[in-house]
Write a new protein. Structure first.
Length: 716
């Protein structure tokens, strides 16, 4: 059922010019709207936009943080596409947001982040300086008084803050293209960094390019691990690439060793890693892998009507080229699966006829996919994911909006066109609106399958973005533009900002009942339906039933028992099984049905170790090729990560004899050489002693001759 109604009271409109970007403060609670027409001075930035001040005041009164960062690009073209050209920024900070006073923190900035060093809040900044314009990593602190800064290192390509404990930094050697990675301990930020050792097998060679993945915080903070993409190049160096295959690696919980997750992950223009870690589910990742032209020929998608089993074909344009395919992992990257379980209106079930066909999701907003909004999830909406996706090759007209309420196991088409969308935190409602189309309405869904509409303006506008106020979950902020002369060019458009009060919009809807509209949600691995064990444990999430046509009226005013249940996640460890292990460093999954972990290449070190152990006995130990998935909580049961005892084969036994004979021969040669050296050395010492004795003996006097000489002297 669809209805359209117009509300006057809950809609508040503010006229603004050139809304550019939304920024958040260090704890994510403040919304800051950056305007491209701000008059920025050397030390201070001022504005007289009262409407903007009102919005900021509404969102900052209860904010525990007092710092806000904002930047302004030095080149106007960067506002349209920050990935184009050398988009450097001037960085500003404010701790008196009500007065809207902004102070310049740094110039020529390419990246910045808040982070906590012990109890203090600091800012990490990459900026360009010097004659060669090399990038420096600087740490700014003492934010309450006169800012202080300390340079950490030079020749920086990128950094990543991990687990609020380490800072990983990609560095380059001076005047060289060779890259390497070091790690700083945040508790000892001014100490010496430690070099990070990567897997030396298979994908890694002398010429490498590293790229950190944006630090997406998962629902389980223990699932945060450093992810690095390594690009393999040929012998001609980084610029003249021979092989551009990308390898996705993930570290263990220590950040010491890295294991291969995907051997051909997609990257958008070599800038954006096509990977998303979900906030609404522990250990769930979605990735787009590169797909060659040969692998996408003759793909067809079909739909199956569940009521009468009628098969309906969906034709894919032969000219469409699918440059990537989407895979999903439910166990932190250990195994990956295609997305093929798609429903529409509870009756039509989409499935792919070809084993290599699946639905592809847009994980990142980028011009290559017409800036269609990316996948979203939220920590408090357990198991819920929203995304825009398509069958086969990318075509704007075929893009649909999908939602999953079970962590990505199944998906429902909620709109047959691409959309802006929101998962409304603490409300239990989805909001969506048309993308790049003239509209005057916004839709919302209570049951995550069907939607209703309300009218928020009398004019036809293009919605640029829609966000939820962090301090007031029932307030939406909608950014719109009015195209002039029916053109969609941003330079020929004016902008409007709307505030929408959802309490008025949802006044006629039913609030959720604690006894009938909530459930215990048990996620599980795709191969483990019968055990409900998921990453080595049984997880229980208390949440609103996604199929209930109701909304959460005010969770903060709900009974304490209900608030405790909603915020609590119960975890019960399971016994370990093969699903709890992934391939260890230097191993990868086999391409056959066994999917066992096999070495990336034969290791001479392992062979020499086996040969030496066989020289001393009949058995040797080799690595199993498995390790427990980082974050896995299983106990006892199967231990695939233990070294395997292997009996020495004839070849190794023959080597034992050869090895012993070689040792005997070498020992004999060494002994003979030693005796020879000792003999000559001894003779030389004896000769030296005799010579010294001769030099110390006094000369013998010849008395007879002396007497005759005396007589002759007397006669004379």
């Amino acid at each position: 059922m669809t209805f359209i109604s117009k509300f006057e009271k809950p809609i508040h409109q503010i006229q603004l010019e050139k809304i550019v970007k939304i920024h958040k403060n260090s704890d994510g609670s403040i919304l800051l709207l950056e305007l491209s027409d701000h008059k920025i001075q050397q030390q201070q930035m001022q504005t007289d936009l009262i409407g903007l001040l009102n919005i900021l005041n509404n969102t900052t009164n209860a904010s525990p943080s007092k710092y806000v960062l904002a930047h302004k690009y030095q080149d106007e073209i960067c506002y349209k596409d920050p990935t184009e050209g050398d988009c450097r920024q001037n960085l500003y900070i404010s701790h008196e947001i009500q007065k809207f006073e902004w102070w310049m923190l740094a110039k020529f900035v390419t990246k910045y982040d808040f982070f906590k060093e012990q109890k203090d809040v600091g800012v990490l900044v990459i900026s360009k300086s010097g004659i060669q314009k090399s990038q420096q990593l600087n740490y700014y602190y003492n934010l309450d008084g006169k800012f202080k800064s300390q340079r950490l290192t030079n020749f920086v390509e990128d950094y990543q803050i991990v687990n609020e404990q380490f800072i990983y930094v990609i560095k380059s050697q001076m005047n060289q293209q060779k890259l390497f990675v070091v790690k700083y301990d945040i508790d000892n930020i001014f100490g010496n960094p430690v070099s990070v050792r990567f897997n030396k097998h298979g994908a890694f060679s002398k010429n490498l390019n590293y790229k950190f993945i944006s630090n997406s915080v998962g629902a389980n903070k223990n699932s945060q691990f450093t992810c690095v993409v390594s690009t393999k190049y040929g012998d001609q160096g980084l610029k003249n690439t021979v092989s551009s295959k990308k390898f996705l690696y993930q570290s263990d919980h220590r950040g010491a060793e890295f294991s291969l997750l995907l051997d051909d992950i997609n990257m958008i223009e070599d800038k954006i890693v096509d990977l998303s870690k979900l906030e609404s589910m522990d250990f769930v990742m979605i990735a787009n892998t590169h797909k060659s032209q040969a692998a996408i020929e003759n793909n067809e998608a079909d739909t199956l009507d569940l009521e009468d089993d009628t098969l309906v074909s969906v034709d894919l344009d032969e000219d469409e080229v699918e440059m990537f395919k989407t895979t999903i992992s439910y166990n932190n990257g250990a195994q990956w699966h295609k997305i093929s379980n798609i429903f529409e209106n509870k009756a039509i079930h989409y499935r792919c006829q070809d084993n290599d066909c699946n639905v592809n999701l847009i994980l990142h907003k980028h011009p290559s996919t017409l800036n269609i909004p990316q996948v979203k999830s939220h920590f408090h909406s357990n198991g819920v994911i929203m995304a825009n996706g398509f069958f086969g090759g990318f075509d704007f007209e075929n893009v649909k909006t999908l939602v999953s309420s079970d962590g990505g196991l199944s998906w429902t088409i909620i709109s047959n066109q691409p959309s802006h969308f929101l998962i409304l935190d603490k409300v239990g409602v989805l909001a969506l609106c048309s993308f790049q189309k003239l509209t005057s309405t916004i839709s919302y869904s209570l049951d995550f399958q069907t939607s209703k509409q309300f009218k928020f303006t009398d004019s036809l506008l293009i919605i640029e973005n829609i966000i939820q106020d962090k301090q007031n979950p029932f307030k939406l902020i909608v950014f719109t533009k009015i195209p002039k002369n029916k053109e969609l060019n941003r330079s020929n458009s004016s902008y409007q900002l709307f505030e929408i009060n959802l309490n008025e919009i949802l006044a006629n809807e039913r609030p959720c009942d604690q006894n009938s509209d909530y459930e215990m949600f048990h996620p599980h691995d795709i191969n483990q339906f019968h055990t409900q064990c998921y990453m080595g444990a049984k997880y229980s999430y208390f949440r609103k039933k996604t199929a209930s046509n109701c909304y959460i009226k005010d969770v903060d005013q709900s009974p304490l028992e209900l608030q405790t249940l909603i915020n609590n996640r119960k975890v019960t460890p399971c016994e370990c099984s093969d699903a709890d292990y992934e391939c260890d460093e230097g191993f990868q999954r086999a391409d056959d049905e066994s999917e066992i972990c096999i070495p990336l290449e034969k290791s001479e070190t392992e062979r020499h170790k086996a040969e030496k152990e066989c020289a001393l006995g009949n058995f040797y130990y080799q690595r199993s090729g498995y390790r427990k998935i980082p974050g896995n909580l299983c106990q006892n049961g199967l231990h695939l990560d233990r070294d395997i005892q292997v009996q020495c084969v004839d070849a190794l036994k023959d080597y034992t004899l050869r090895y012993l004979l070689m040792l005997l021969g070498l020992s004999t040669i060494y002994y003979v050489c030693y005796l020879t050296f000792w003999f000559y050395q001894t003779q030389n010492v004896e000769q030296q002693v005799l010579n010294r004795l001769k030099k110390k003996q006094p000369p013998i006097k010849r008395e007879t001759n002396n007497k005759e000489e005396d007589k002759n002297s007397l006669i004379n």
